[in-house]
Design a protein around this ligand. Structure first.
Ligand code: PEP
Ligand code: MG
Length: 571
């Protein structure tokens, strides 16, 4: 039995699929004259295999995602490029093995294209890289692995998953996710919860311990994984799953309707969304708005940056669905653990302390401005709130607002309409800005507390590093003191303050936040019904008492035990 962190509740039973991205390693073995004909036909066969994969991909994507289908078509063109074919054949005829010849010629073109002055041509280098890996994998006889195109339902087991893996994942076929690294606030966890896929993260050495096709039970309630379960174990877990589903069905009844405390205070409950897919758009109706739109998901899993027009259309769609309720659009938050295929970022030793989010946007003004233009234009309808991530100082706030002013001036000059009542705010996720919330509040229209990063930076713990996971203490009294101070300052100034990190939907912490005077909480769909259920059973007098107590407690463990006991009849 393996133990892990159950970050997205649920129980699943099924076959394991070990997921490891393919990284081709090519040696430069030379071949003899006699081997040349076989190597040439090996190249053609491998290319045929790659072609079949691309065709299958293309026909599936044509309906679901025409944009991605076009990219696959371009990959087919690269695969059959006449000039490259000739050069690969020449290299083989000169005595290179099939793999070495393919690798050499593809790398040559990747280098040439990567140096082009034209950005659109430069971007094609990543398509070439993709085809290089596909063709080499076929040369080496390794089967394709891709979470977007699964044939059978599987339990995905990986060292870690990138946001682009999870964003493109075929969620109907993924029974559960199990990884070696990651905790409750990693992006894999957040996505798993929003897709309602049971997930067990931080399971040491799980990759080497399991085999493809092995039968497992993933208990992402207790936090365990059982291999090759006996009939008895299977029966016990099936019963447990039924009980889990019954409780979930009871909680789901709270999904619709307002969130009002037992003593009659209305709480604004909002939704966290990512790529604005059909499911997320649909779920907005259960909430009082979108408290966090993680716009970076629009940039992930693709080879080109989303255009202004593309973003404009998506932002408008979300604003329309939200009616007059707020849509809090967080500007591009990449760097740290969030990488983009369409933008190469330099490797950093400490990416979470490096050039991420707003810092990066202030450096890449073109990308930032394109997003702001799209957002400002979309803001002629609905109730748009634009929020900047990773703000550490008033300089950051002022720089971001200065870019907004430049974009507004451009639009004025071009006589293009844009929203005039948009609110501008910040995420509170760096302790430095929380500690000057009294000053920050004067510069902004609103703020939202990103407790995931606030915890990372307050406790000095990389939120993805399994080795120090026990130090990542969301219930640390220091967290509650910082949150209390921030809420007090914004309430005093009469400006909206919310929370959009995972603590907003946390069954123990959320009542405390309400006790501080927070009246706006945002979370993923998976926590929504439960949060409304808890709110309906909660008296704010108890919430205030708990809020007061936790700030005076000594350790996170004390806080957790106290909250569990105080809330046992409510949660
Ligand atoms: C946070 O840090 O709490 C947050 C909401 O942002 P993300 O999890 O996307 O970093
Ligand atoms: Mg954050």
């Amino acid at each position: 039995m393996y133990q892990g962190n159950p970050v997205s509740e649920g129980i699943a039973m099924g076959k394991v699929m070990l997921y490891e991205p393919f990284i081709p390693v090519v040696d430069g073995t030379a071949i003899s004259k006699e081997e040349i004909p076989a190597a040439l036909s090996h190249y053609k066969n491998a290319r045929g295999g790659a072609k079949e994969e691309l065709e299958a991909l293309h026909s599936r994507l044509r309906q679901d995602d025409p944009g991605k289908a076009k990219i696959i078509k371009a990959h087919m063109d690269i695969l059959f490029d006449v000039a490259m074919e000739e050069e690969i054949q020449d290299a083989i005829s000169d005595g290179k093995s099939t793999e070495a010849a393919v690798d050499k010629i593809f790398r040559k073109y990747i280098r040439i294209i990567g140096k082009s002055a034209d950005e659109r041509i430069r971007e094609r280098a990543s398509d070439l890289e993709d085809v290089r890996c596909r063709l080499l994998r076929n040369c080496m006889g390794v089967k394709e692995k891709n979470l977007a195109f699964l044939t059978d339902p599987v339990v995905v087991v990986a060292k870690d998953l990138f946001p682009s893996d999870t964003a493109s994942m075929d969620r109907k076929k993924v029974l559960a996710i199990v990884t070696e690294v990651g905790g409750p606030t990693s992006h894999t966890a957040i996505i798993a919860r929003s897709y309602e896929i049971p997930a067990l993260l931080g399971v040491p050495n799980i990759l080497s311990g399991l085999q493809n096709g092995q039968q497992v039970i993933v208990d992402a309630v207790e936090g365990s994984l059982i291999t090759d379960p006996t009939d008895e174990e299977q029966k016990a877990y099936k019963e447990k799953e039924i009980r889990f589903q019954e409780k979930a069905a009871e909680t789901r009844q709270y999904l619709e309707g307002d969130a009002v405390t037992k003593d009659g205070v209305k709480i604004e409950v909002e939704l966290n969304i990512g790529s604005a897919n059909a499911q997320e758009i649909h779920d907005i109706q259960y909430t009082n708005g979108v408290g966090l739109f993680r716009s970076e998901f629009l940039y992930m899993g693709r080879d080109t940056l989303p255009s202004e027009e593309e973003q404009y259309k998506i932002y408008r769609k979300v604003l329309t669905q939200a009616g007059g309720n707020p849509v809090t659009l967080r500007t591009l938050d990449i760097g740290g653990d969030k990488k983009l295929d369409c933008m190469e970022l330099p490797k950093e030793d400490n990416p979470f302390l490096g050039n991420r989010a707003l810092r990066l946007c202030l450096q890449h003004r073109d990308i930032f401005k394109t997003q702001l233009r799209a957002a400002l234009r979309a803001g002629t309808i609905g109730n748009l709130w634009i929020m900047f991530p990773m703000v550490g100082s008033l300089d950051d706030v002022r720089s971001a607002k200065a870019v907004v002013r430049e974009v507004q001036q451009d639009l004025d000059r071009e006589k293009i309409e844009y929203g005039k009542n948009i609110k501008f705010g910040i995420m509170i996720e760096i302790p430095a800005i929380a500690m000057i919330a009294d000053l920050a509040v004067k510069e902004v229209d609103f703020a939202s507390i990103g407790t995931n990063d606030l915890c990372q930076y307050t406790t000095a713990v990389d939120r993805l590093n399994q080795n120090v996971a026990s130090y990542y203490q969301s219930y640390h009294p220091a967290m509650f003191r910082l949150i209390r101070y921030t809420v007090e300052q914004f309430n005093k100034a009469g400006k909206p303050i919310g929370v959009c990190g995972e603590l907003g939907g946390d069954k123990l912490a959320m009542p405390v936040l309400l006790g501080f005077g927070m009246r706006r909480i945002s979370m993923g769909i998976a926590s929504l019904a439960r949060a409304k259920k808890i709110i309906s059973r909660l008296d704010l007098n108890l919430a205030k008492e708990m809020a007061d107590k936790v700030c005076r407690m000594e350790t996170a463990g004390d806080v957790e035990a106290y909250l569990k006991d105080s809330l046992k009849d409510i949660i």
